[in-house]
Design a protein around this ligand. Structure first.
Ligand code: FMN
Length: 368
């Protein structure tokens, strides 16, 4: 306890000093530098990072979405998501050439514990060009229009298989339906890419809510399409692994009560284990009011909290055994507790890394 407090105090003060210097760079450049650093860290033994993890994260075991976690924090999708490629062939060639196509895959779980890798789509994507990440310090927010840049499910699976001996004990894989593709075969093949190579994550998440692509995010969350996508993924998981890997879903922050009511029934009927609320909020990007990007952090928080409150009400009224995982602006004990009051047992975070540093989750856990 004494050691934990000491290390966390050093980390907190160190990051408070470093942050103004880090923020001299653009968010995009800081993110790129971080990925370069992770690339180096992934090559080193992670025993030191694991030790820091053990010493700093309070043990607060929780079972959520049929997964046992040592503490209730999971790093959200989008941080450890991999490089973009034009084609599957190029991505697979990079794997064969020993390129680290998923920077952070080893170092980040060593330091923070459970991580949701991805989003991965069936085929690789290069994502959007130009500036794609911003921060707004006043509101402790981030904004991005990365546009689902990723190496594709097949290469990601091949990479994890190649590194299977060092794969983290616990991780999730977030699958996003390919933008513009409604055929459920797309997500089944993406999940299959991992299972067929023996990659067994602790959970899969189906990202029904990906903004920042040419896709209309709300399209994915109609009753019909949600049923088709989640139904196909569940059937496939039942068939391949007898349901031993749970399916979670991730939804948007701007859905109405009646939309959520419909979705929760679909999730319940299909046996979805957890719903992550929420993905980012679509808003115009700072440099161009005609282009949209996904906002996370402080600005997202009221929308995500309101979504969680609605989901919790529906869950309670209908007695659905689906867990709600909060995601949106969790950066301190107040935001944590606000979600906990709605029965939330686990939390995903991304922007907290930017504003509170790499041990953000350990700090929040220690402060509550
Ligand atoms: C740069 C960036 C990339 C992201 N990419 C993804 C992604 O690929 N898939 C996904 O489900 N969420 C993605 N997200 C959203 C986060 O997982 C999370 O839902 C969102 O940032 C809200 O959490 P926060 O308020 O703690 O930041 C991304 C977020 C950021 C900032």
């Amino acid at each position: 306890m004494l050691i934990r407090n000491l290390i966390l105090q050093i980390s907190k003060t160190g990051y408070q000093i470093a942050r103004p210097f880090i923020f001299l760079q653009s968010a995009q450049s800081a993110h790129e530098q971080t990925l370069k650093l992770l690339n180096i860290l992934d090559k080193t033994p992670v025993s030191f990072l694991r030790l820091v993890h053990t010493l700093t994260f309070r043990h607060m075991p929780v079972t959520v979405g049929k997964v046992d976690l040592p503490h209730p924090f999971i790093l959200a999708a989008g941080f450890v998501k991999g490089l973009g490629f034009e084609t599957e062939q190029q991505a697979l060639r990079a794997v064969r050439d020993g390129v680290n196509i998923i920077p952070g895959w080893r170092a980040i779980p060593g330091l923070v514990g459970a991580v949701e890798f991805g989003s991965f789509t069936r085929y690789p994507r290069v994502g959007n060009s130009g500036t794609v990440i911003w921060r707004d310090s006043a509101s402790q927010s981030t904004q991005n229009r990365v546009g689902l840049k990723n190496p594709g499910a097949v290469a990601a699976a091949a990479f994890l298989y190649q590194n299977r001996k060092s794969c983290p004990k616990q991780f999730g894989i977030n699958i996003a339906p390919s933008p513009g593709v409604d055929d459920p075969v797309d997500v089944v093949e993406a999940i299959g890419a991992f299972l067929s190579r023996g990659i067994r994550p602790s959970w899969f998440t189906l990202n029904l809510s990906c903004p920042n692509t040419e896709d209309d995010p709300e399209n994915r969350q109609t009753e019909t399409l949600t049923k088709a996508l989640c139904g196909a993924a569940m059937d496939y998981l039942n068939e391949q692994v007898a349901g031993s890997i749970p399916l979670w879903v991730k939804i948007s922050p701007n859905l109405s009560y009646s939309q959520l009511d419909v979705l929760m029934k679909v999730f319940h009927d299909l046996g979805i284990a957890a719903v992550i609320a929420t993905n980012t909020l679509t808003q115009p990007i700072p440099d161009n009011a005609t282009i949209q990007g996904g906002v996370g952090g402080g600005k997202l928080y009221p929308y995500a909290l309101s979504t969680v409150a609605k989901l919790a009400k529906i869950k309670q009224e209908k007695n659905y055994p689906i867990d709600i995982i909060a995601c949106g602006g969790i950066q301190d004990p107040l935001t944590y507790i606000a979600y906990a009051q709605h029965g939330v047992k686990a939390y995903q975070y991304w922007s907290a890394l930017v504003y509170r540093g790499p041990l953000a989750a350990a700090l929040i856990l220690n402060e509550i």
